[in-house]
Design a protein around this ligand. Sequence first.
Ligand code: K1U
Ligand code: ZN
Length: 169
Amino acid sequence: MALREILVVPHPVLKQVSTPVEAVDDELRALMDDMLETMYAAPGIGLAAVQVGVPKRVIVMDLAGPDGPREPRYFVNPEILWASEETLPYEEGCLSVPEYFDEVERPARVKLRYMNYQGETVEEDAEGIYAVCVQHEMDHLEGVLFIDYLSRLKREQAVKKVRKQAKAA
Ligand code: K1U
Ligand code: ZN
């Protein structure tokens, strides 16, 4: 397993639409293992492959957080089959927009279909932080960042802050 570099705004690859995965094979599992290790090290609770420069429709997640017992989840070619009318506001963060947090409102519940680490098709319902995080990560697959839902002024401030951090580092 290896740690990968997490791309930050305004890297152009983050705006790419990710392509579907053809097969869940050992090469893809190695990518998902690297992504999970990178996410734990960051630390974060989710990561999309495009954030490590691989624009494929792959997400990893662990909602237990970096200190809890590990509960990794893997999503290949995820789809949202249904989303509730009811919405949930949540203070979101993103490893590609480090140290910037703001509120985004998304459907409170979604029905998902995806392939897991074994390549099996799974359908399940998500709510709470699971629904928030999976929608945030699926936006990455479309080249959309959570700051794209904010005002232009806030978005520009967020990018400016990240550029300043990068310069100082
Ligand atoms: O960059 C990402 O997509 C990961 C992002 C996921 C996310 C967080 C909150 C709402 C929606 C999506 C993060 O993991 S940001 C870091 C974070 O939330 C966290 C870090 C350490 C402990 C617990 C949470
Ligand atoms: Zn993100």
